[in-house]
Design a binder for this molecule. Structure first.
Ligand SMILES: Cc1cc2nc3c(=O)[nH]c(=O)nc-3n(C[C@H](O)[C@H](O)[C@H](O)COP(=O)(O)OP(=O)(O)OC[C@H]3O[C@@H](n4cnc5c(N)ncnc54)[C@H](O)[C@@H]3O)c2cc1C
Length: 410
């Protein structure tokens, strides 16, 4: 690449959210549009590193369908047909299901799907490769940037780019957010998210299970072929001990928390762990700059919504930019970014607050609180309309839904 090159948009961070925005913008802005996608990691170097699977909402699936990406994922995606919830102590002999709901929307479309993160990333990269106008810059961290009246100048180690707009999609430790001077509200949970995949002897029938245990939720998310992804929130000290166990002892600990309906655990895959925290950027934009994905907020994985929120940012920002371009406006102007900020700020803050409150409510062993929440769960179980509302909410299809989440082109 020449030492200085001009682009319409530059995206710093090529995780799933940055990749999805690049594909969406290329489609929305069409021929002649130029985009630089910059990641500090080598594009191939990180492959195979993410052991997680994500619960993708119906809204996210519609976005991926509109971008032509879902066709690459459909055969690997497990529709979630129902969700069961228990609330018990680790040693309890029985874990009654307190709340069970049909996870489909009114037209019987599944409200969520479980997809391996690596499959999703591979499908996104393949989609990017097919689109003209996108320059991929791997192994280049953005060092600094400076916004001027008409563009933003972006310094990499060995080149300077000029763009009309810079997007910060560089994840939870966002250097770009800091460089833009955007403050962040944050706290760490005394919990660690352990992730692994298991193969079990009985079929799951598409049912997901969430055991609320005193140290945090233990989720069993169905994957194709009698496999399930385990997302296991554990007290950080206990997690350290669990992660240091040998394979047999770790399997034994898993089995203590598992769902007896799935039979025996036949195989346990590799394990990985994430420190859990809450982060909320105090603003989503700065001059010629916008935040998306985990750079904008990091939520507790209790409801499996972090990536879905990031894809909602993608849909809203893409629509705002496409509308501005159609009207011949400067796509990096304050007027355009202000619309994105207004659209996403409330949902971002409400989601971070709600998942934080849910974690506080469920990750403890206080008898009175346990009784109250169990009565609450049993009550919700008897209210089909309320359950349907929660399903639509988790599917990302309430409020002012951007076009891409409805499956339409912006
Ligand atoms: C245990 C766990 C389970 C989860 N389960 C779910 C789930 O079921 N459903 C769901 O919706 N969400 C889930 N999430 C959340 C989800 O994984 C994240 O929200 C999502 O991965 C964020 O993607 P991102 O692209 O914003 O950030 P990232 O994936 O962190 O990507 C950031 C990218 O930026 C690059 N980068 C960093 N700094 C720079 C720089 N200075 N210059 C250039 N590039 C840079 C990095 O290399 C990386 O590629 C879960 C999270 C955890 C921890």
């Amino acid at each position: 690449m020449p030492r200085s090159q001009r682009f319409d948009v530059a995206i710093g961070g090529g995780g799933s959210v940055g990749l999805a925005l690049a594909a969406a913008l290329a489609d929305a802005l069409g021929p002649g549009f130029t985009l630089a996608l910059i990641d500090r990691a080598d594009w191939q170097g990180t492959a195979g590193n993410d052991l997680r699977a994500s619960a993708l909402s119906a809204g996210s699936k519609r976005l991926l369908t509109a971008l032509g990406i879902w066709t690459r994922l459909a055969e690997f995606a497990q529709p979630v047909t129902a969700i069961d919830i228990t609330d018990s102590r680790l040693g309890d002999a029985i874990r009654p299901i307190l709340l069970s709901y049909d996870n489909t929307l009114t037209d019987s479309e599944p409200a969520s799907y479980i997809v391996d993160n690596e499959r999703l990333r591979a499908a996104l990269i393949a989609a990017i490769m097919e689109r003209p106008g996108i320059t991929l810059l791997g192994g280049s961290a953005i060092q600094r940037f400076a916004a001027g009246p008409a563009d933003v100048s972006i310094d990499l180690a060995d080149a300077t780019l000029v763009s009309r707009l810079l997007i910060g999609a560089d994840g939870r430790g966002s250097h770009l957010r800091e460089a833009a001077g955007i403050k962040v509200l944050r706290w760490s949970y005394p919990q660690t998210g352990i992730v692994t995949t298991v193969r079990h002897s009985r079929p799951h029938g598409g049912r997901a299970l969430q055991h609320f245990l005193p140290s945090g939720p233990f989720a069993i998310l169905p994957l194709p072929q009698n496999r399930s992804c385990i997302t296991w929130t554990e007290d950080t000290n206990e997690a350290r001990r669990l992660l240091a166990l040998d394979a047999a002892a770790f399997s034994g600990e898993l089995a203590r928390r598992f769902d007896y309906r799935l039979g025996e655990i036949v195989e346990v895959g590799a394990r990985a762990a994430w420190p859990l925290e809450m982060q909320l950027a105090r603003a989503l934009t700065a001059p010629r700059f916008a935040l998306i994905g985990d750079a904008a907020r990091v939520v507790h994985p209790i409801a499996g919504q972090g990536l879905n929120l990031g894809l909602r940012d993608v849909a809203a920002l893409c629509e705002v930019i496409a509308d501005a371009a159609r009207l011949g406006l400067d796509i990096g102007s304050g007027l355009v970014l202000e619309r994105y900020e207004r659209w996403r700020r409330l949902d971002s803050a409400l989601s971070a607050g709600t998942f934080d409150a849910l974690n506080t409510l469920f990750s403890n062993d206080w008898t009175l609180l346990r009784t109250a929440r169990d009565v609450g769960l049993a009550l919700v179980d008897r209210l089909p309309a309320l359950k349907q509302f929660f399903v639509a909410e988790a599917a990302g299809l309430t409020g002012e839904v951007p076009k891409l989440l409805r499956g339409e082109r912006p």
